[in-house]
Design a protein around this ligand. Structure first.
Ligand code: ATP
Ligand code: MG
Length: 608
């Protein structure tokens, strides 16, 4: 926030108001005072002049009434009048003229020689005084442009006969210069008062602006989320109360901020400890928050992903998907798979709304459903495989049974063959159903292994012996087995099943005159058993899949050989139930080796 300039400040406003108030009051006072003073001074002036005029009148009356000796000794009347005039010529009354009844000047205070004596005065008020005996006075400007007070009065002798008139002129300059002096004093006083009021204005304004400035600063600090400071409370007035409310507000804000911060921390710890990914986006679909799990699932940097579009991050096409419709659909599975691995994410969408039910944002919860989906897919595949595998023998049997019921049963040659086929198919189905049952029991972990200590080498010889008796096709069975004791804790029947399947596969896929090698050796505390043939082999990309249920590398061929594709799947379950591992190595056209490990028992314990 910018600082308030002096010309916009409360201080200046206060000063202006103070000065205006003062100016108005001094002007009003001085107007009334000057008017009163002027009248008073004028009245006083006139009274003093009139008093002088009365004395002059009395003196002149005496002079005019005096008897004078005939011989002319002593001063003449006009000399005496001139003396009176001269004596009374004061600073105030600076011009005194005495005229006779012809309006001619008989005595004058003008002492620049007796120039005016005998001259006729044409002044109107003098004429009126001579002619009508009237007393008049007025203010006028004289020849030197000074304001003067003039007065003319008739003069009588003691017999009340008019003998002439007296004219006086008194300067008013003294009065007005006195008034001016007083006005000047007034002006100086006002100037002083204005100067003092400016300082007072500043002082008063500061008592108001200082707390306000402090609150302004505090508000700025609060805007920077710093609530640690308090403003000073200078009094109990309105501003003091405002400051107190301000401090209350600060405390409340601090408290609610602390609460929000705590909630935020809780939320963020919940979010970061969640195994599900959470993404929050604003109503335009821009990401505002992305927890660690979401960042890891999507392979993004949480900081960098903020601000990008939710649809982009989820690799959804903006043109096909409308973000506001996503929450209605509940959830969707997004395929993030690449050439190397399948990766499926389930995204659940929901909206965040405000009090007016307007959408303010979206929350997306992500979970890795790759495994779940894989299992689901496998389950679907399994059901479809089972149905398919069961249908094939059933269809074959139906056609043979139909042929029999259509009359073939009478044919002594064909009937036994047809019945043979149906029996074979039935046996195949029973075998398959048994295999499936066994797998299902193993899946549900409700099979019990009847384990016991067994020397695997003896057991292995025994199994190979059984095959040796039945083997045809000139296949050579070669044993590469060590002497000695290799004890394994195992279920003999189940292990027989494993070897039976692996060996019959080797025989099944061996060419005529091929050799099958049996090996067993100790490796890293475990027994490694292998069965190798010189058969057709398995393509490299299919080797790992032969342990999957119903998987057959060459469907047509293995079905012809009577397999269902469950043998190795069962073998794998059994080996794993014995804490071992099973795998296959193969070279197309050269042969296949199936290897499995079993944990060896501690030989030292033997005989204890
Ligand atoms: P089943 O054992 O249930 O009678 P199967 O032998 O076809 O049927 P598996 O033993 O599970 O099923 O074998 C799966 C597939 O692996 C076979 O169909 C075959 O394609 C391939 N396979 C297994 N062993 C060999 C081998 N020694 N040489 C070549 N291919 C093999
Ligand atoms: Mg098999």
């Amino acid at each position: 926030m910018n600082k308030v300039g002096f010309f916009r400040s409360i201080q200046l406003k206060f000063i202006i108001i103070f000065i205006l108030l003062l100016l108005i009051s001094t002007q009003l006072i001085s107007a009334y005072f000057a008017r009163g003073l002027e009248t008073e001074l004028n009245d006083n002036f006139e009274q003093s002049i009139n008093a002088s005029v009365e004395i002059l009148k009395v003196n002149l009356t005496q002079a005019f009434s005096k008897d004078r000796p005939e011989d002319g000794n002593g001063p003449t009347l006009y000399q005496e009048v001139q003396d009176i005039v001269t004596v009374n010529d004061t600073e105030d009354i600076h011009n005194i003229q005495v005229v006779n009844m012809q309006s001619r000047i008989v005595a004058s205070s003008d002492n620049t020689g007796n120039r005016n004596i005998g001259k006729k005065m044409t002044n109107e008020i003098v004429r009126n005084a001579v002619l009508y005996g009237s007393q008049e006075e007025k203010k006028q400007y004289n020849s030197e442009r000074n304001l003067v007070y003039v007065r003319a009065v008739p003069i009588f002798d003691d017999e009340e006969t008019q003998v002439g008139a007296l004219y006086i002129e008194a300067s008013l300059e003294g009065v007005y210069s006195q008034l001016e002096n007083i006005n000047q004093i007034f002006m100086q006083g006002s100037a002083l008062a204005i100067t003092v009021s400016i300082f007072l204005g500043i002082l008063v304004a500061r008592t108001i602006t200082k707390p306000i400035m402090e609150m302004r600063k505090q508000a700025q600090t609060m805007a920077r989320e710093d609530f640690s400071r308090q403003v000073n409370v200078y009094g109990k007035d309105e501003i003091g109360q405002l400051a107190e409310s301000f401090n209350n507000l600060t405390a409340k804000l601090q408290h609610s901020r602390a609460l929000t911060e705590e909630e935020r921390r809780k939320l963020s710890s919940v979010l970061s400890n969640m195994s599900d990914g959470v993404i929050a986006a604003d109503r335009n679909g821009f990401i505002t928050l992305l927890n660690d799990a979401a960042a890891e699932l999507l392979g993004k940097d949480p900081e960098a992903a903020q601000g990008s579009l939710l649809l982009d991050v989820l690799q959804l096409d903006e043109n096909e998907v409308d973000i506001s419709e996503l929450p209605d659909n509940g959830s969707m599975i997004i395929d993030f798979s690449d050439d190397e691995a399948i990766f499926l994410i389930r995204a659940k969408f929901s909206t965040v709304s405000d009090e007016e039910d307007d959408i303010t944002g979206f929350i997306t919860v992500l979970s890795d459903v790759t495994e779940q989906e894989k299992v689901e897919r496998e389950r679907r595949e399994f059901v479809s495989n089972v149905s398919h595998e069961l249908r094939t023998p059933l269809t074959t049997m139906r056609s043979y049974i139909e042929a029999l019921s259509d009359g073939a049963w009478k044919d002594q040659e064909i009937a036994p063959k047809f019945l043979d086929v149906t029996r074979n198919e039935t046996e195949r189905m029973i075998r398959m159903v048994n295999d499936l049952l066994q797998l299902s029991r193993m899946d549900n972990q409700n099979h019990e292994l009847k384990k016991g200590r067994t020397n695997f080498i003896d057991f292995f010889h025994h199994v190979i012996d059984r095959f040796e008796m039945n083997v045809t096709n000139e296949i050579e069975l070669k044993r590469d087995l060590p002497n000695g004791t290799y004890d394994v804790w195992m279920d003999k029947d189940k292990m027989f099943q494993v070897l039976d399947n692996v060996i019959s596969n080797a025989i099944k896929y061996s060419p005529e005159g091929g050799t099958i090698r049996f090996r067993a050796m100790k490796q890293q505390g475990q027994l490694l058993v292998s069965v190798s043939d010189e058969g057709m082999g398995i393509p490299r990309d299919k080797v790992d899949k032969i342990f999957d249920r119903f998987y057959r590398a060459d469907k047509a061929r293995s079905r012809k050989l009577g397999g269902t594709g469950l043998g190795l799947a069962i073998a794998k379950e059994i080996v794993e139930a014995h804490h071992g591992t099973i795998r296959a190595k193969s070279k197309e056209g050269k042969g296949t080796t199936v290897l499995f490990t079993l944990p060896l028992m501690n030989t030292k314990r033997r005989g204890q």
